[in-house]
Design a protein around this ligand. Structure first.
Ligand SMILES: [Zn+2]
Length: 98
């Protein structure tokens, strides 16, 4: 079972209590009225899909109900760290070479 550490509850809980709500650190255009269709489309739909570590936004839907961010490795599905919304992503040590 995958356990996720909620940075607000400070406890590791089963993945079933959480919902992935997409990429983290995506900024909404400051003035949507002046945004072109292409810029708006990019904001809505264009996301990086890297192999390796990625910043994601999660919701502790069956717990405290708060949003937080997580760094997850897409290869191993390991949560490297979690942190509160509004905090910058933590500096990541370089990944170990095999
Ligand atoms: Zn929580």
């Amino acid at each position: 079972m995958l356990l996720i550490l909620c940075p607000y509850c400070q406890s590791r809980r089963a993945e079933l209590e959480f919902r992935n709500v997409g990429a983290a650190h995506i900024s909404r255009p400051s003035d949507p009225q002046t945004t072109t269709d292409a810029q708006w489309g990019e904001f809505l739909y264009q996301r990086d899909n890297p192999k390796g570590r990625i910043a994601e936004r999660w919701l502790h839907i069956h717990g405290c109900g708060r949003y937080f961010n997580a760094i997850r490795d897409t290869i191993s599905d390991v949560f490297v760290t979690t942190y509160k919304s509004g905090e910058p992503p933590p500096a990541m040590p370089s990944e170990a070479k095999p």
